[in-house]
Write a new protein. Structure first.
Lengths: 353, 266
């Protein structure tokens, strides 16, 4: 085994300076900080809206729920929407981190590889050609968009692995971008065939909206997001090495094809769950990871969990703006994230170059 | 023999057959423990491929690689990575990792999937940075460094793996004369004082002559000759390898063989 002492390259001893950067300390501090921001945002957001309510009154067990208007607004009208925002924001931000590292491309988003276009096409087909049925509070639209996302994921994966068992990231990017524009054309064609009411509904879906109208849809997507996050837990140190160099990662004991597959499918799963719940809400998956990197550095063991927490806070805050800025009119949250995300993205590009 | 390639062949794009390139044709190479072996030959002769096979990054189509008597496929990738480290020609990370983070990634094969590096790992990384003269850069962004600094950090990262073997792929190719000399001295010191086994692919015959005790001469995916540097590095061999007429003699001041190219044979 090669052991080295603290002598310089020329043999002269250098001041022994063992770096004092404890990953444990940084990770704990970051998780606590971002966790508190996320928790505070989720607790305070339901209090804000057209009708002002009081948290103490909403949580007062002395008043029966039927007579407690504050509690009804808090738990029935606003909390499901806030929790949906947290879940979707968290899933999209984390998926963005994973795709960016796996593709070695800081400008990748959860939608780069065509998952969202597939989900959108699935939703469009059901909205336009019927079958948009509701069973109780369950709608077929999320199920159809999940199926569309799964189909797009399968096609892109098949294309990128045709030349061997390892994923070719360049083919993955090209296939994803091409599939995106191809599916967009089909979506436009489907909308062309639809009537006005259907086109309106389809357009609203594509803008992205967190008004999910209850807890049932939320609970239905929860297992998918939890599964994706459980897979994410295995990824961070492999993502560090993959984003440095694929061959160097292999030479350090990373099973590169397996790590790439795990990253691709877990991030696609998180994206599919988020999009099927709330439509393709743009820019969360790129703005949040970059903001987090500016704050805590680029180590994925910190960036991934921090982005998941900050993504939740970010989307809930954006939705708060969407609900209140033109009150009593509520605008789709996708418009707000794009209006914040677009300029931020451009600033990032200009800053880099 | 410590690290052995036994009759290995490797073809790129073998699965599809599209633009398939036969990179190695049934070659055998043996590396002694503690030796400093240079792999030389013209562009496309298979030097890099041989290193990737020795590191277990690629698996040979036929033949086998063994380390210390055990075939590589019988050992886990992490175990191999604890014994063999690779220094590539250039490294371009997608994100702005700090020098310390780059060095600490060398600990990956020593840590469990959910294990974070502790004080012992930090100490190893700190010593590797010190040994490569990059301690003062620890908090800097890797991307902001000069070519020479980057390469020394990559070597530090490989040392942080605590390996027995270092496989170096043209480690000085992108460096200026001063840094070439510096990295060369560092490698020689690690080889002599720590008895690290070194295998270095290079185009720089003078660097190879100054550092390596053994040479493997490759052309067209085959081994032309191998043995003691003094025995195999001759003008006849240079002619066979590169189609170049060269004067090969011991430099009085340098104390090792030097190669001065005189002209290309048509």
């Amino acid at each position: 085994m090669i052991t080295v002492d603290s002598a310089g390259a020329d043999g002269t001893p250098l001041p022994r300076r063992i770096p004092r950067s404890s990953i444990r300390g940084r990770l704990t501090a970051t998780l606590l900080g971002f966790g508190m921001v996320a928790l505070a945002t989720c607790a305070l957001a339901p209090l804000v809206g057209t009708t002002p309510i009081s948290l103490t009154r909403a949580l007062d067990p002395a008043i029966p729920f039927e007579q407690n208007v504050d509690a009804q607004i808090f738990f029935v009208a606003r909390l499901p929407r806030v929790l949906a925002g947290a879940l979707v924001g968290s899933a999209l931000a984390a998926a963005g981190v994973v795709f960016q590292a796996m593709l070695r491309n800081p400008l990748a988003t959860p939608f780069t590889l065509g998952v969202s276009a597939g989900a959108s096409l699935g939703a469009m087909l059901v909205i336009v050609f019927g079958g948009a049925l509701t069973f109780g509070s369950f709608s077929t639209v999320p199920a159809a968009s999940l199926a569309g996302a799964a189909a797009a994921t399968a096609v892109v994966y098949w294309l990128a692995t045709r030349h061997g068992h390892a994923i070719s990231t360049s083919v993955l990017l090209l296939a994803g971008v091409t599939l995106n524009s191809f599916l967009s054309a089909i979506i436009m064609f489907v909308q062309y065939l639809a009537d006005f009411a259907q086109v309106y509904r389809a357009a609203r879906w594509i803008m992205g909206d967190l008004d999910i109208g209850g807890y049932d849809t939320l609970i239905a997507s929860l297992p998918l997001v939890i599964a994706a996050f459980a897979l994410f837990a295995w990824l961070p140190s492999s993502l560090n090495l993959l984003s440095v160099d694929k061959d160097a990662a292999a030479a350090r004991g990373v099973d590169v094809p397996r790590a790439q597959r795990l990253a691709f499918f877990s991030a696609s799963l998180a994206t599919s769950a988020a999009v099927s719940l709330a439509g393709p809400i743009g820019f969360v998956g790129i703005v949040v990871p970059h903001l987090v990197r500016l704050l805590v550095g680029v180590d994925h063991r910190i960036v991934l969990p921090a982005s998941a927490l900050f993504g939740a806070a970010f989307l809930v805050a954006c939705d708060l703006v969407a609900r209140t800025i033109l009150s009593p009119v509520e605008i789709p949250v996708g418009i707000v994230t794009a209006m914040i995300g677009g300029p931020f993205f451009l600033w990032l590009l200009v800053r880099k170059s | 023999m410590f690290l052995i390639a036994d009759r290995v062949s490797y073809t790129y794009n073998r699965r599809t057959g599209v633009e398939a390139v036969k990179a190695l044709r049934d070659i055998s190479v043996g590396i002694d423990r503690g030796s400093f072996t240079g792999v030389i030959g013209p562009n496309g002769c298979g030097k890099t491929t041989l290193l990737k096979l020795l590191a277990g990054v690629h698996t040979p189509d036929s033949g086998s690689i063994s380390l210390d008597g055990r075939p590589l496929p019988t050992m886990s990738k992490r175990y191999v990575a604890r014994r063999i480290a690779v220094v590539p020609q250039e490294t371009h990370p997608a994100f702005e990792y700090t020098v310390l983070e780059m060095a600490l990634m060398g600990r990956h094969p020593h840590l469990g999937p959910f294990q974070l590096e502790g004080p012992a790992d930090l100490a190893i990384a700190g010593e590797a940075l010190a040994a490569t003269g990059t301690s003062h850069l620890a908090e800097r962004s890797y991307m902001s460094l000069s070519g020479g600094e980057k390469q020394r950090v990559i070597i530090a990262s490989a040392l942080t793996q605590s390996p027995e073997v270092l496989l170096l792929d043209e480690p000085t190719a992108s460096l200026d004369l001063g840094y070439q000399l510096e990295v060369g001295l560092l490698l020689r010191r690690l080889n002599r004082e720590r008895s690290a086994t070194m295998v270095m692919a290079t185009h720089d015959l003078n660097l190879a002559a100054s550092l390596c005790d053994t040479l493997v001469l490759m052309r067209n995916g085959r081994v032309l000759a191998s043995g003691n540097t003094a025995d195999v590095l001759t003008s006849a061999m240079v002619r066979q390898l590169y189609d170049v007429e060269a004067d090969v003699r011991v430099h009085e001041l340098a104390g090792h063989l030097t190669v001065v190219p005189l002209g290309r044979l048509s």
